[in-house]
Design a protein around this ligand. Structure first.
Ligand code: SAH
Length: 250
């Protein structure tokens, strides 16, 4: 049988895809990322499913479980937070499985980035403000290529979503200030879609102090850019004078 890499969504158990939920319900074995996945998602598992927390495992241990279970014809779900394609470390798992000829499939999920945008009721891409969204992180123990430093990305002044970096908010702000003006809006969303969600808003000059005061050090996204003001121009798509494939303008 197959190994399914499933996006669990940002936290709220209703924000997993229908397909992801079905796979969880049918799985013989579930390996979940215990540090971030909401344990309530495991309520979807059937009785008797074998459930492993990957927090204490290394790559080889994980792949060994996948290999043994797949060999027995079992259905394995590897449950990742948000969308597995963002900071999920799934590529190394997929490559090992492919090298062993174990079939696998990826089921996308709702990223915490989408959940944070939704909580703020802000569109990342607003006409006249920004039509680009950069997804990045600051280097930690995992390096970031120097071409992608926050200093250089900030030169674009577009919408920015920064993962895995809130614990270094002061450094983030100082690097971003190389490109964005000090009054650029910044929002920090802690545990988007969880009951304990918190939203902190400010600008480049004020956000670090506010985040420190709230004691937020993990499970948060830093969103940066004028899109946070929500003052973009109306889109041409619904403009009465604009003709496109589905509608003739006046
Ligand atoms: N694949 C995930 C990201 C995993 S990396 C996704 O698509 O969301 C882990 C980082 O994601 C955390 O350090 C934090 O920056 C962010 N994160 C995960 N869940 C979050 C949530 N509910 N709210 C805010 N940030 C979250």
């Amino acid at each position: 049988m197959k190994v399914y890499f499933v996006g669990a969504g940002p936290g709220d158990p209703c924000l997993i895809t229908v397909r992801g939920k079905s796979l969880l319900e049918e799985a013989d074995v579930i390996i979940y990322a215990g540090s971030l996945v909401n344990p309530r998602l495991l309520d979807y598992a059937r009785e008797g499913a074998r459930i492993h927390n990957s927090a204490s495992m290394n790559l080889e241990e994980m792949v060994k479980i996948m290999e043994e279970s797949a060999g027995l014809g079992e259905k394995v779900v590897r449950l990742h937070t948000g969308d597995p394609g963002l900071y999920g470390a799934i590529q190394e798992q997929i490559n090992l499985l492919e090298a062993k000829n174990i079939p696998c499939e990826v089921v996308p999920g709702v990223s915490s980035m989408s959940a944070a945008g939704a909580s703020l009721k802000r569109e990342f891409t607003q006409p006249g403000v920004s039509q680009s969204l950069i997804v990045t992180r600051m280097e930690g123990r995992t390096p970031v290529p120097s071409e992608e430093s926050l200093e250089s990305l900030s030169q674009h002044r577009g919408s920015l979503c920064i993962f895995l970096s809130v614990q270094k908010i002061e450094e983030v702000v100082s690097k971003l200030s190389k490109g964005y003006p000090p009054h650029t809006p910044v929002a920090v969303v802690y545990k988007a879609s969880w009951p304990e969600e918190k939203i902190i808003q400010g600008d480049l000059a004020t956000i670090a102090k506010k985040v420190k005061e709230e004691g937020i050090e993990k499970t948060a996204l830093i969103l940066v850019g004028d899109f946070l003001k929500g003052e973009g121009e109306p889109s041409l798509l619904y403009d009465s004078s604009f003709t496109h494939g589905y509608r003739r303008g006046e």
